[in-house]
Structures are given as C-alpha cells and as structure tokens.
Design a protein around this ligand. Sequence first.
Ligand code: COA
Length: 133
Amino acid sequence: MSEEPKRGEDCPAIRVMMMPRDTNAHGTIFGGVILSYLDQAGAIEARRHCGDRVVTVAMNSVEFKQPVFVGDVLSFYTETVQIGRTSVRIRVSAQAERFAHPRGAVDVTAAEIVYVAVDAERRPMRIGRTSQS
Ligand SMILES: CC(C)(COP(=O)(O)OP(=O)(O)OC[C@H]1O[C@@H](n2cnc3c(N)ncnc32)[C@H](O)[C@@H]1OP(=O)(O)O)[C@@H](O)C(=O)NCCC(=O)NCCS
C-alpha cells in the first residue's frame, strides 16, 4: 500500500468499482475498460477549458503499472498540463483501493491525453471562444 486515498481538493473526476464483466481472459481487469475511464476522466477536465464540444485526438502515453482486480475501486485524478491554441494536454492517473484492503491506495495507471475543442462542424476551435463567435 502506497498512501491514503486522496480526498477534498484532490477530488477524483471519476470513482468506479470494477465488476466481473470488466475482466480479461486472465481474470484481471481488461486494459480497454480502464482506457475508457481514463478518456472520460480526461474529457471532464478538458471540458473545463474547451466547453462542451471536445474530442480526443491522442493518447500519447498510457502506463499500466499494477493489475486491477474485481471489486477494486478506481479513482481517476486529472491535471491540466498544457493549454494550446485549440488543444489541451491532460494527465490522468488512477489509484486502486483494493477490495481486500479498502483503506490503502495503489497507483495503477497513468496517461497523458490530448483533447481538441471543436465547433459544430467538428473543426478545431480556438480555446476561449464559443462556437458562435
Ligand atoms: C481532432 C481533430 C478535429 C483535429 O483535426 P486536425 O486537422 O488535426 O487539426 P489541427 O491540425 O488544426 O490540430 C488541432 C490541434 O490538435 C493538435 N493535434 C493534432 N494531432 C495531434 C496529435 N496526434 N497529438 C497531439 N496533438 C495533436 C494540434 O497540435 C493542434 O493543437 P493547438 O491548436 O493547441 O496547437 C481531428 O483529428 C479529428 O476529428 N479526429 C477525430 C477525433 C475523435 O473522433 N475522437 C474520438 C475518438 S475516435
């Protein structure tokens, strides 16, 4: 166990319990399920800068550091790394509270994801503008 789960100001974008349907052939949690939550968590952070219309353009790095198991509760934390003209770069990290040890938290996954603000025609749009302006 590395540290206590983060609370208060370091509130996670998403918390979710892993279910049997989320497993791979080895019985651990399928990486694609975790990728989906990483993308959602990053998008929640990106929307703070870009507004409602935001798309994922790149998942530049994803690291699965530790396996995740059924019953683990994953918390996804986000941090804005860079704001560009039409894109934002978001770091997302996931911690697992193990089913068997709910008071501890383990760093399991980290990613850096780039999102682009788009207009109604799905063209890149300068951050800070509205789709009408
Ligand atoms: C996102 C999209 C609109 C960008 O279109 P584009 O023609 O590449 O636009 P641009 O070249 O003007 O780039 C827009 C921004 O994205 C960034 N960008 C483009 N490709 C990138 C990549 N592979 N990695 C990181 N940033 C990238 C550019 O640097 C630019 O950022 P900036 O304006 O802050 O400098 C287009 O690629 C798209 O629609 N992709 C599909 C998105 C999608 O559907 N995602 C859901 C998952 S499938």
